[in-house]
Design a protein around this ligand. Structure first.
Ligand code: ADP
Length: 491
């Protein structure tokens, strides 16, 4: 990349800081709470207050009406006017005229005790006849000063008296129950609440700011530390220890990073071992090839078929190593495509074993195949052959003194299981999960006597994973190992 290219690379916009985001959420939450409070405490306050007041008056009128029927009217009028803080008058209406039969006077601005005309009583009676709870609202005439005090300095609203009338029929008389209460305008109260809300808002916003800084610094602290430690990982220092004792999310991240660091360090060791092994593996055949070639060139009579065979064998060793490395890198890069075909796996195993017998019987190896019927599978034949070759090769390389390799075929739950067993030294239990990893060698060293690149089982694993096949290994020290895999049978 040239310098001018670098300059034209657009800058990636960094996301906002944690503190800013937390403040934003807290501020939004505070705003929402304040809005709800403001709505109920100021805008709807008057309406709610009036609704409650009217409902109280109706309840009061109802209680008194019931007491008229039951007879304890006077006591009830007294107690209800105290309970609901209102004036109550009960009129007995006979033949067009009404007389007070019970009354309780609590408010100076009461209308029911200052009825100026029979006309008003008549209106209330008529209203209550039409409507069970007849409500009449009357604006109160107050002096300028009073009105200003009650309305919080404005003259727009003045207190009003509300009268609730209801009729109880008893005998030949009608009883008109009048309940009077004063409804005060809440302008002053709502104004006070508004000032309080402004103050509360300011306090809440400052608190939100303080809390966001506090919370974010608490949350960000372990992450900042981990970022520093992760930078060490990038530099190849795998001995870092990510903190795992703040809060669960950070602990989980710390554990995941510790695990990743462990895996990276293992991989690093393995790669170093691989380089050592590969260089050793490459150098040995190359030395042999060079040595034998020079001998054959310089010493007459040394150009024997045996010497040439050694050069061929060593070249073969080299090409196996190179092709294993290529194969594994192709498999793990995911660029390999599977070519599934239906084939007789029993026959394939049989043919493979007969090839081995042909090659190895002279060295005293024995190959046993236990099978009952021939089965077909749908898989990538070339790759399954690779699996078989790798497993049988390992069994040949690691089997015991009896030089026996046994392949068994069994059928279970619609799948065929191919097991390759040897009678070798076995693999320690704790190392069993690792042998499938690239470059892994039991004991950690490379034994040239037992030819191998340390890549065979990793290739096997990747091929079987490609087929979604089950596979595994069982091993007993001193008895031998059995590697197996399963493929679904096709009819
Ligand atoms: P290699 O090419 O070295 O055999 P593999 O990936 O095939 O590499 O095997 C990995 C390691 O697993 C081997 O180095 C060996 O230590 C162990 N291993 C594999 N197969 C057997 C077996 N049949 N018996 C004992 N050890 C085995």
């Amino acid at each position: 990349m040239t310098n001018s290219d670098k300059n034209t690379v657009p800058k990636v916009k960094r996301p906002r800081s944690l503190a800013f985001k937390i403040f934003l959420y807290l501020a939004a939450f505070t705003l929402f709470i304040l809005l709800v409070l403001w709505l109920f405490q100021t805008v709807l306050m008057d309406e709610i207050y009036q609704k409650i007041k009217l409902s109280d008056m109706k309840s009061c009128a109802e209680e008194v009406s019931e007491s008229v029927s039951s007879g304890d009217m006077k006591d009830c009028v007294l107690s209800a006017s105290g309970e609901y803080n209102c004036c109550i008058s009960v009129y007995e209406i006979r033949e067009g005229s009404g007389d007070i039969v019970a009354s309780s006077h609590r408010q100076t601005t009461c209308m029911v005790h200052n009825l100026s005309s029979n006309g008003f009583l008549g209106e209330m009676y008529k209203g209550a006849k039409e409507d069970q709870f007849y409500i009449k609202r009357i604006g109160l005439e107050l002096g300028d000063e009073d009105a200003q005090i009650m309305s919080g300095g404005t003259k727009e609203k003045s207190p009003s008296a509300v009268i609730c009338a209801t009729i109880v029929e008893k005998g030949r008389a009608d009883y008109l129950v009048l309940v009077d209460s004063e409804i005060l305008p809440l302008v002053a109260t709502t104004r006070a609440i508004k000032y309080q809300l402004i103050f509360i808002s300011a306090v809440l916003f400052v608190t939100a700011l303080f809390l966001s800084v506090l919370i974010s610094s608490k949350i960000a602290k372990p992450f900042k530390k981990m970022t520093k430690e992760a930078a060490c990982l990038a530099e190849g220092r795998y001995d870092v220890n990510f903190e795992t004792h703040s809060f669960s999310e950070a602990v989980e991240l710390g554990e995941a990073l510790n695990y990743a660091a462990g895996e990276l360090s293992k991989l690093d060791v393995m790669q170093k071992e691989l380089i050592a092994n590969i260089s050793h593996d490459l150098r040995t055949p190359l030395t042999m090839i060079t040595g034998y070639s020079e001998v054959m060139r310089d010493i007459p009579g040394e150009m024997t078929p045996e010497n040439i065979q050694i050069v061929i064998d060593e070249t073969g060793r080299l090409s196996t190593l190179v092709s294993d490395l290529l194969e594994l890198s192709r498999l793990t890069s995911g660029s390999q495509v599977m070519h599934a075909e239906r084939f007789n796996i029993t026959e394939t195993v049989r043919e493979t074993l007969s090839r081995y017998s042909h090659l190895k019987e002279a060295e005293g190896y024995q190959f046993v195949f236990n099978t009952e019927t021939d089965v077909f599978v749908s898989a990538d034949k070339v790759r399954i052959l690779q699996v078989l070759y790798n497993l049988i090769n390992n069994a040949v390389n690691y089997t015991g003194e009896d030089k026996t390799v046994t392949v068994s075929q069994s059928i279970e739950n619609g799948a065929v299981r191919i097991s390759v067993s040897d009678t070798g030294a076995g693999i320690p239990k704790e190392q069993l999960p690792m042998i499938w990893e690239r470059y892994y060698k039991v004991g950690g060293f490379h034994n040239r006597g037992k030819v191998g690149t340390g890549l065979g089982l990793s290739i096997v694993k990747n091929i079987l994973l490609m087929h979604n096949a089950h596979f595994g290994v069982t091993s007993t020290l001193g008895v031998g190992s059995t590697f197996w895999f399963e493929l679904p049978i096709t009819e």
